[in-house]
Design a protein around this ligand. Structure first.
Ligand code: C5P
Length: 391
């Protein structure tokens, strides 16, 4: 874990406290955040004030505590925050957040803020495992909300299991890691490339870009600064996107962006060959047979991994046969930190489809990510990449 305290320095953290027994830990959380030189503004729900008094939190944060909704407070607070942290977050509050309810100050400002929202759930283990709570958490994560914990252990009600709020030191570590990630850059390539034969004809492939776009969304939701370099696709992304056409364009865009990149994920199905010459005018149908001379395109991935200070480099291997063997060879030949291999040529999987399955390999290990929708798979892949990158 990162121990530097500088990442929370001057960060404006809006701490939302909801009504659970773990609210007593929020007092200590305010102290530790202030120790880390963060500015803390506390907002409580009515129910939370039954567990801990606003006066205690006012004394610790040095700021008036807000409980009641008024005309403008939710907008001002929502704009002030660099981050909204709800700790503890009850099952009821998670449900409100999932469905966009705005019936008190805290839930309203969660709707009004552009700041990232993090929640630290705290509830009885049965309530945590309830299908609806799990479903709500999944929806929140898909919407980019970060969930810290919960921890496993003995509970105030006498049960033992998952549902305890993370300990304050672990919450501080999670926050440090969150802000650390926002300073890190992830560069992703996606989609096919087009290698023009003449102004109207080109060589390309069936890549839809869906996997790369889903990975960009997942990396962005995990808090990273993401740049996507995309070949021609019919998709749009909320992450910063640079559109390119050919392998040469993609190579140049990657090289222009690679400085200070921490993680490079090469999802693009880059054409391996391009016509030696591109005709300036549309070719006429004159000959019975037409010969096309091709030359290799620059290998973008290998160019990145061969840089003097390469980022953490992840390649893809789309194969119709000998998947594992080819992927492992590529991992070594292209000097990669990780390779994600996927079978193509099977209906419903890989190129141009909603689902995929990935076999991940690194130098001394690997992991299978079973068939799933590309968005779910992208999140799982990003989790593994973050774990390997940090280890
Ligand atoms: O060698 P092969 O094309 O099978 O390698 C696939 C991996 O290399 C993918 O990650 C792809 O994005 C990358 N690649 C590249 N530039 C090329 C060809 C492939 O970056 N010219």
């Amino acid at each position: 874990m990162i121990k530097s305290d500088s990442l929370l320095k001057n960060k404006q953290i809006l701490l939302g406290i909801t009504g659970g027994i773990a609210a007593y830990k929020s007092a200590d959380l305010v102290r530790r955040l202030i120790e880390q030189q963060a500015q803390v503004q506390v907002v409580m729900t009515e129910m939370a004030t039954k567990f801990i008094t606003p006066l205690t939190l006012e004394a610790l944060s040095g700021k008036s505590v807000y409980v009641v909704q008024d005309a403008m407070a939710h907008i001002e607070l929502a704009r002030w925050a660099d981050m909204v942290l709800i700790a503890p977050a009850t099952a009821n509050f998670l449900a409100n957040l999932t469905y966009g309810h705005a019936h008190d100050l805290l839930s309203t400002l969660c709707l009004a803020t552009a700041a990232p929202i993090c929640v630290a759930p705290a509830m009885n283990q049965q309530m945590w495992h309830a299908a609806i709570t799990q479903e709500n958490c999944q929806k929140l994560q898909q919407r980019g909300i970060t969930i810290f914990g919960p921890a496993i252990g003995s509970q105030a009600c006498g049960d033992v299991g998952a549902g305890r709020m993370l300990e304050v030191v672990d919450l501080i570590d999670s926050l440090q890691l969150f802000f650390h990630k926002t300073t890190q850059k992830v560069l992703i390539t996606a989609g096919p490339t087009r290698e023009h034969i003449d102004p109207v004809r080109f060589i390309s492939n069936r890549s839809s870009g869906k996997m790369g776009y889903a990975i960009a969304e997942a990396a962005s939701a995990a808090g990273y600064e993401v740049t996507l370099i995309s070949g021609p696709v019919c998709l749009s992304s909320s992450t910063a996107t640079i559109s390119v056409n050919s392998a040469q364009d993609m190579y140049e865009a990657v090289m222009a962006q690679i400085k200070n990149t921490d993680i490079f994920i090469s999802t693009a199905a880059v054409a391996d060959y391009r016509p030696v010459k591109q005709a300036e005018q549309k070719l006429k149908k004159t000959a019975v047979t037409l010969q096309l001379n091709l030359e290799p395109t620059p290998d973008i991935l290998a160019s990145v991994s061969n840089l003097e200070n390469p980022p953490f480099t992840v390649g893809f291997a789309a194969e119709t046969n000998n998947l594992v063997e080819y992927a492992k060879k590529k991992l070594v030949a292209k000097k990669l930190d990780m390779i994600a291999a996927n079978q193509v040529g099977i209906e419903g999987l890989g190129f141009d489809s909603e689902d995929n399955a990935l076999s991940l390999f690194w130098q001394d290990g690997g992991l299978e990510l079973a068939r799933a929708n590309k968005k779910i798979l992208a999140k799982q892949l990003i989790d593994v990449i973050i774990e390997r990158f940090n280890s």
